[in-house]
Design a protein around this ligand. Structure first.
Ligand code: GAL
Length: 529
């Protein structure tokens, strides 16, 4: 029930309504787009960021003592922007033009509260950034890009470089996208006759060798780092990767050392042929290869995030963190899931949402990548990448669900073909803030019926992010009660995608939700006067 206990709130609500009508007019007039079928005008939900600087990204960041440190301050606004940082530990230095922080994390465990600042001729902004030096990394879910669903077994160093360039030029990095990940197919392929893939898989000392498409791995990683971005690599605990390239079995320590020497910051470790090595299907067998790699990575002198990929076997969410994982895939590959009336990401999302209580700072449930924009076909890898068949509303649902689930946010479409809608879905600072929230709670399921799905994620500032998803093929009014959400009292309800307040509500909130779409709101408790 909506109420305006005083005149000011009533006027504010009226102003908000006027603002909403004006904003809708602007969107329809200026930012409307026509979908692939060419009929329907689509609202672009995310407003254009202001010309003045706005600092985005996580407010908390884990680093191990004395290890190399690299962080590019995500910041929108017209460049040039001048950056500064108050109380930056002496072991770190900031490039004031690029906003890239480099150096080594301090040796002493502890919390270092830095104030990041950015200014240009239009204004300035600041944001608290707490560096927590200790044993735990990955305090917020990783964000970035992975090549798999675009390049499959064709990936080259050039593709990866172009993706890194596009992460900067598209502005994605300004919202916190940071990791540029190479998936399978960078190593050599035993038994292959392909001149680019064949040859000894290791050198005389047992070091794993990249294939001819990745002739200079250190150079590639250096380049990614020079942009202030981080680099990820892929291997399997089995003798072969899923695409049958060289894996790390019996070379685990040497491979981890090599990845670290090349400068990688993340390892995706994919079960694949380890199935042939594992003695049985017991928990210790599922855990063994990850425990092994987890402890090797922890012993390295750089921070390497461990992204476990074994499709949820043995209820990995219950032990992934103890095995050293910073995230663990909870399901099979999203790209091969056949949707029915609802596209496949919903079923993956529903199942990932069940494991909310296991996610938290340092370890996240991973429902796989975000497949929108121009993206390849996992069921026909040789087919050229094409534009997603998801409707814009489904795409906003996808991104909302992933953010409410505190999922790693990896885009896996073609970075060099980012269109306006794809950027609009991936780059909404308030949506990303929900994903990256410092409290690190995964949203819990409040309602799941054939028609409606509601997730609620508590945030560090005491507010609650709520996603109301319409699973039906007709627009639908969805209502949520404070009782179901576990909140009491008056709440300012904010439309997160459109970034404006909708009014003050006392007991419940109802809204019209488009077909397969979402309304994503934030409930901010009104302080008692
Ligand atoms: C699958 C994995 C995918 C991708 C692929 C590479 O097992 O789930 O994300 O990495 O292997 O071959």
């Amino acid at each position: 029930m909506r109420m305006f206990p005083n005149r000011r709130e009533g006027m504010m609500a009226a102003r908000n309504r006027l603002g909403l009508i004006f904003a809708m007019f602007l969107m329809l007039a200026g930012a409307a787009c026509v979908n692939a079928i060419g009929q329907q005008a689509t609202e672009m939900r995310t407003p254009k960021p202001p010309d003045a600087p706005r600092i985005h990204g996580p407010k908390i960041y884990g680093a191990r003592p004395g290890h190399p440190f690299l962080y590019r301050i995500p910041c929108t606004g017209i460049r040039p922007i001048r950056f500064s940082a108050k109380h930056l530990p002496a072991t770190l230095k900031l490039d004031r033009q690029t906003g890239i922080i480099t150096g080594e994390a301090p040796e002493a465990h502890g919390e270092y509260v830095v104030k990041l600042e950015a200014a240009n001729s239009h204004g300035k902004d600041s944001r608290t950034f707490k560096i927590v030096v200790g044993d735990t990394i990955g305090l917020t879910p990783q964000m970035g890009w992975n090549d798999w669903y675009t390049f499959y077994n064709r990936v080259t160093a050039k593709d990866v470089r172009s993706a890194a360039d596009a992460m900067i030029s598209s502005g994605m990095a300004d919202f916190g996208y940071q990791y540029v990940d190479i998936d399978d197919c960078w190593a050599r392929k035993p038994g292959s006759q392909d001149p680019e893939l064949k040859g000894p898989v290791r050198d005389a000392d047992g070091n794993i060798l990249p294939n001819a498409r990745f002739a200079d791995m250190s150079g590639l990683v250096k380049y990614i780092h020079s942009l202030g971005l981080k680099a990820g690599i892929y291997s399997s605990p089995g003798p072969l990767t899923c695409a049958r390239y060289e894996g790390s079995y019996q070379h685990e320590a040497a491979d981890a050392r090599r990845f670290s020497q090349w400068g990688f910051d993340l390892l995706k470790y994919d079960w694949c042929s380890y199935g042939r090595i594992a003695k049985d299907k017991t928990l210790p067998s599922f855990q063994a290869p990850y425990r092994k790699m987890g402890s090797i990575l922890e012993g390295l002198n750089r921070d390497v995030v461990l992204n476990m990929c074994q499709y949820g076997m043995g209820d990995v969410w219950q032990w992934g963190r103890q095995a050293g994982g910073n995230s663990w895939r909870t399901t099979g590959d999203l790209g091969v899931v056949k949707g029915n009336v609802l596209p496949g990401f919903y079923s993956i999302g529903f199942s990932n949402a069940e494991h909310s209580k296991y996610a938290g700072p340092g370890g996240w449930n991973d429902p796989d990548y975000i497949l929108i924009g121009t993206v390849g076909n996992a069921r026909d890898m040789n087919a050229p990448a094409r534009h997603t068949q998801l409707t814009p509303e489904e795409q906003y649902s996808y991104m909302s669900m992933w953010s409410l689930m505190a999922a790693p946010l990896f885009y896996s479409g073609d970075m060099t073909a980012l269109d306006a809608l794809t950027r609009n879905v991936l780059c909404n600072a308030e949506v990303v803030d929900i994903d990256q929230d410092s409290l690190g709670k995964q949203g819990r399921i409040v309602r799941k019926t054939d028609e409606e799905f509601i997730l609620a994620k508590p945030l560090a500032d005491g507010s609650l992010a709520v996603g109301l998803f319409n699973l039906t093929t007709a627009p639908r009014s969805i209502t949520v009660n404070w009782r179901d959400l576990g909140v009491t009292g008056r709440q300012t309800v904010r439309d997160v995608w459109r970034q404006h307040d909708l009014g003050v509500y006392a007991t419940d909130y109802s809204t019209q939700v488009p077909v397969h779409g979402v309304e994503l709101v934030r409930l901010i408790p009104k302080k008692r006067l």
